[in-house]
Design a protein around this ligand. Structure first.
Ligand code: AHR
Length: 292
């Protein structure tokens, strides 16, 4: 199997890489692994090299949604099946990949929005009747950034006191989240809520909020997505208010799907991972057993 990973931008990604590498080893799969360092061109180059090496199957987690048509056509012409993991691609011809294993990112954004609508009163710390939300977006053009923003917007629309006042990419990294949050805080002193597309950017935002002399989780509420250990710890400590889970442990299902594809078995076009959500109390209970 040739696997072209996005990079190492977050705790989620580190857990995802470990899951894929460990599952490959457990199943006796000869895994060729590349890290695209967040660059689509590196990922395309890696996929081309897997085609040249004539691997049996290619799997990858696309950095962004668009721009993969040509290289996927090359894989198809070489009769090498492609499995998408974690993130989708936006291609006209969906026969260019056999199956897509990963989360429903729209649903994740919806869960975050629903929680805010249900808890909006508590978020209005200054009591001015409006909930001003700033959004820390994932990598521009990446499926989780597009879909989570869409899902969140669709749910907060139910409450016209909730407004997204600023939205900018922090590229799914802790540093990116910190820098964007610093600039939001400099230009706006009425922020009630941060909606961060992943835990790492939320953790960066916590640093910026504390440096500004404010209390994260109280003066400004924080909603994130992922539920990696560091995020769950911050949730249990009261610095994050709600986390929507995104499961990175895709390795076992990926190896299983690949084996079926290579045995000529039918596989579903879409395999959605099961996920939950965590409140502060639930995080305290779940933390001791959290694997990643
Ligand atoms: O594609 C999944 C997303 O990518 C995770 O939510 C984020 O942490 C990662 O970088």
């Amino acid at each position: 199997m040739g696997f072209a990973q996005v990079g190492a931008e977050s705790g989620w990604r580190t857990a995802n890489t470990k899951s894929i590498q460990e599952s490959a080893e457990a199943e006796g799969v000869d895994l060729k692994f590349t890290d695209a360092q967040g660059k689509q061109e590196n990922q395309i180059q890696a996929i081309r090299s897997y085609i040249q090496q004539k691997v049996d199957v290619i799997a990858f987690s696309p950095v962004v949604e668009t721009g993969f048509d040509a290289v996927l056509q090359e894989a198809k012409a070489a009769n090498i099946p492609v499995i998408l993991t974690d993130r989708a691609v936006d291609v006209e011809d969906t026969s260019l990949y056999v199956t897509f294993l990963g989360s429903d990112f729209v649903l994740e954004g919806e869960k975050a929005g629903e929680w805010l609508v249900e808890n909006a009163k508590d978020a209005d710390v200054d009591g001015d009747g409006t909930i001003n939300v700033v959004q820390l977006e994932g990598t521009t053009g990446a499926a989780p950034a597009i879909d989570r923003a869409e899902g969140f917007a669709s749910k907060i629309g139910a409450d016209d006191t909730i407004k997204v006042t600023a939205s900018q990419t922090g590229d799914f990294t802790r540093d990116g989240g910190k820098q964007v949050m610093e600039s939001f805080l400099q230009s706006d002193d009425s922020i009630d809520v941060v909606f961060s597309h992943n835990d790492d950017m939320g953790l960066g935002a916590i640093e910026a909020i504390e440096a500004a002399g404010l209390e994260p989780g109280k003066d400004i509420q924080i909603i994130t997505i992922d539920a990696v250990k560091d995020g769950m710890q911050a949730l249990a400590d009261g610095k994050i208010n709600f986390i929507v889970e995104c499961n990175p442990l895709l390795g076992p299902q990926l190896m299983d799907l690949a084996a079926k594809v290579l045995d000529g078995e039918e596989v579903p076009e879409r395999v959605v991972t099961e996920e939950t959500t965590f409140t502060q109390e639930q995080a305290k209970e779940a933390l001791p057993d959290r694997q990643y």
